[in-house]
Structure formats: structure tokens, C-alpha cells
Design a protein around this ligand. Structure first.
Ligand SMILES: Nc1ncnc2c1ncn2[C@@H]1O[C@H](COP(=O)(O)OP(=O)(O)OP(=O)(O)O)[C@@H](O)[C@H]1O
Length: 268
């Protein structure tokens, strides 16, 4: 059965111990994510987007509150919650195939045959359109291709949740648009639940079911949530003319640049 609250975050707070004392990064975070939902986290630099993603990943432990995934407490990192980072983090001495295979082996190595592990790895490469690059090492492929390998590696582990921290942040606009379109297709095919950090308002509207907007830190919290009811599949060219797209975009821009104007901009 689908969990209506697949990820369930209740009253989460994150404080870091620093040399200057305790820094309260997040407070009062309440959020539920449904199975198969695509959520983006948006907010000004330093507000706590990565911190929230890392809490869901289990890479950080909250100083208060509870995070659940499929009714179980998130107690540490797990392949059921795979993370894709901005800098793809591939091992440079391994080929694309080997980079993906490593993750596959970690998750399925004890229970499945070598042939099945190979099949899973090749399927993941095909899913991101990189079959022909299987024997190449990271320095032999473009930034966009590296990021696709990172996504393939995460998806090959069949995670319950795909967590992405600005996965396309370092790419040029055209490559970025292309990978957003690919991600839309992949997520439609795999029905993955996704939580993604982004700075890009258009990316958020194009991809999300809901856009979670964080207030400025310290002690950042969820300010507003924008429901994006646009039907799928979504086509970026058609959407550019769609008044509903413009309205969602304006709502997020209004939040970011009027209600939560960046402290540096307010001071100017
Ligand atoms: N380990 C840590 N120790 C102390 N402070 C931290 C730590 N990690 C994050 N912070 C602080 O918590 C706040 C939130 O950081 P975070 O990286 O989550 O922001 P962000 O919204 O992802 O920023 P950006 O968009 O610039 O990547 C920042 O003020 C940051 O300095």
C-alpha cells in the first residue's frame, strides 16, 4: 500500500555546535512527502536546504524532532535513500560501468547473481542514455554525462527516495535543460519519489509537484508550499506560454524576492 506520508518530518530542528557557540540552522520543520511525489526545496543561499536534504539522507541527525521514511525512523544513510550531489562524486579511476556497478554490488551483491548485477548496471546506463560510454572514465566524458552517471548510479540501487542536491547546478543552461527533460522522463518511468534542492525557479516549477520554500536563516523554517498542479508529461516549450506556469513562477519569485528578500539585498 502507498504511504500517504512516505517521508514524514515532524518538528525537526538542526543546531550545529560551532566555535562561536550553537548555530540554529533549522527549526520547526514539518513536511510530509507522498510516494511518487517530486518535491523541490528552494530558498536563499545558506538558508538550510542542504541541511534538510542531509537530514532526510541520514547524513545528519536532528537535534530535535523525528524523520520517518516508510514508517521507519531515519537513523543513518541507506541505499534506500540515494543521494546525487552537484559534483557527481564519481571515482576517477573507475569506468562509468564500474562506478555504477559498485553501488549495485553494495546493495544486491549478497543476494543476486553476477549476471543479474551486470544486467542492473547496463539497464541503469541505458536509462540515462550512456550505453556507449560504459568503458569511459570520468575525465573522458562531459560534465553533463558525469552527472547522468551519478543519477544512474543512484537509480540503479532502486532507492525508495532519490535525493538530489543541486544536481544540475554546475552545468550550462542547455545541458541543464536537456537533463531536466531526461529526469522528467526517468522519474515518470521509475515512479521515484524525489526530493531535490535547487536555486532555479524555472527548474522547480518544471519538475515539482510541490515547491517547498524555506525562509532565511538562522532558524530557517518552511515559509510556504506551492502546489504545482500542471499535468504530466510536461513540455518546457508549451509550458513557457501557459499562464498557470507563469503564475507558479511568480508565486515563488514573490516569496524569494519580496517576502524573503536576501539579507544582503535588504542591507543594500
Ligand atoms: N556542519 C556545520 N557546522 C556549522 N554550521 C553549518 C554546518 N552545516 C551547515 N551549517 C550552516 O547552516 C546553514 C545552512 O547551510 P546549508 O548548507 O544547509 O544551506 P543551503 O541553503 O543549502 O545553502 P546553499 O544554497 O548556499 O548551498 C548555513 O548558515 C551554514 O553555514
Amino acid at each position: 500500500m502507498d504511504h500517504p506520508k512516505f517521508i514524514d518530518i515532524t518538528n525537526v530542528e538542526m543546531a550545529f555546535a560551532t566555535k562561536k557557540g550553537v548555530f540554529q540552522a533549522l527549526r520547526g520543520i514539518d513536511l510530509t512527502v507522498r510516494k511518487g511525489e517530486f518535491i523541490t526545496l528552494i530558498g536563499h543561499s545558506g538558508c538550510g536546504k542542504s541541511t534538510l536534504l542531509n537530514l532526510i539522507a541520514g547524513l545528519l541527525k536532528p537535534t530535535a524532532g523525528v524523520l520517518l521514511c516508510a514508517n521507519r525512523e531515519i537513523a543513518g544513510p541507506s541505499p534506500e535513500r540515494a543521494v546525487v550531489f552537484q559534483n557527481h562524486s564519481l571515482l576517477p579511476w573507475l569506468t562509468c560501468y564500474e562506478n555504477i556497478h559498485l553501488g549495485v554490488e553494495r546493495v544486491f551483491g549478497r543476494t543476486e547473481t553476477r549476471a543479474r548485477l551486470r544486467e542492473r548496471t547496463l539497464d541503469a546506463l541505458a536509462l540515462v542514455g550512456l550505453t556507449s560510454a560504459e568503458g569511459k572514465r570520468p575525465h573522458e566524458i562531459s560534465g553533463g554525462m558525469k552527472q547522468r552517471v551519478g543519477i544512474a548510479r543512484a537509480l540503479a540501487m532502486q532507492p525508495k527516495v532519490l535525493l538530489m542536491d543541486e544536481p544540475f547546478g554546475a552545468l550550462d543552461a542547455l545541458t541543464r535543460a536537456h537533463l531536466q527533460d531526461e529526469l522528467l522522463k526517468i522519474v515518470a518511468a521509475t515512479k521515484s519519489t524525489v526530493v531535490m534542492v535547487t536555486h532555479d525557479v524555472d527548474e522547480a516549477v518544471l519538475l515539482s509537484d510541490r515547491i517547498v520554500m524555506l525562509t532565511n536563516g538562522p532558524a530557517a523554517t518552511i515559509g510556504e508550499i506551492e502546489e504545482v498542479g500542471l499535468e504530466r508529461p510536461r513540455d518546457r516549450v508549451a509550458l513557457a506560454q501557459d499562464p498557470r506556469y507563469t503564475a507558479h513562477r511568480s508565486a515563488v519569485l514573490e516569496f524569494l524576492y519580496r517576502k524573503q528578500a536576501h539579507p544582503a539585498a535588504q542591507a543594500a
